[in-house]
Design a protein around this ligand. Structure first.
Ligand code: URA
Length: 190
């Protein structure tokens, strides 16, 4: 509890990279620290930066719908965050140095939440967390593991919901990935 609050305060005050100059709000993430699932996206967009919450725009609405369809409640079952906690100007991809500067926050969040499953949303999250340059097409539909935790945390990768909004036929694939994640998470708690 204290460690979580301390981490939140540290993120709120962060000046480890240049994104702090242009952000309106840091976006720590939302959901209980005790959530069984952890979802990781790329970076806050304009609406997330304005509200200080992840995935509140159109992509977030699609994500919420998909979670509900999978039997998960966004508020209670999942902790949602991003690779970087501040909005890159103009929604460009985070630079490697920015992702690197922010990485200890994500690592600490994973350590404290100890989720049964990590779902990585999109290429930037998948490549950043797994340390690979493989595509989502190559990473999805397989179970990976979070590197570095003593207890092996299963990781599933899927398309980013913002990508799905532009490529509706791939929603079916993302649904398959979510079903894999449900299956893996149920085995991981058993
Ligand atoms: N896209 C992301 O990757 N993260 C958000 O929080 C919102 C949109």
């Amino acid at each position: 509890e204290d460690a979580w609050a301390a981490l939140q305060a540290e993120v709120a005050d962060c000046r480890r990279c240049g994104l702090c100059e242009t952000r309106r709000n840091t976006v720590f993430g939302t959901g209980p620290a005790t959530a069984r699932w952890m979802l990781i996206g790329e970076a806050p967009g304009a609406e997330e930066d304005a509200r200080g919450e992840p995935f509140v725009g159109a992509a977030g609405q699609l994500l919420t719908q998909m979670l509900v369809a999978a039997g998960l409640a966004r508020e209670s079952d999942v902790f949602i965050t991003n690779i970087v906690k501040c909005r890159p100007p103009g929604n460009r991809n985070p630079e490697p140095a920015e992702a690197h500067a922010c990485e200890p926050f994500l690592r600490r969040q994973i350590e404290l939440v100890q989720p049964d499953l990590i779902l990585l949303l999109g290429r930037v999250a998948a490549q950043g967390v797994l340390g690979t340059d493989a595509s989502i097409a190559g990473l999805r539909q397989r179970v990976h593991h979070y590197p570095g935790e003593q207890r092996r945390i299963p990781v599933v990768c899927t398309y980013h919901p913002a990508y799905l909004l532009r490529n509706l036929p791939d929603k079916r694939k993302s649904w398959e990935d979510l079903c894999l994640a449900v299956d893996v998470a149920s085995r991981s708690t058993a």
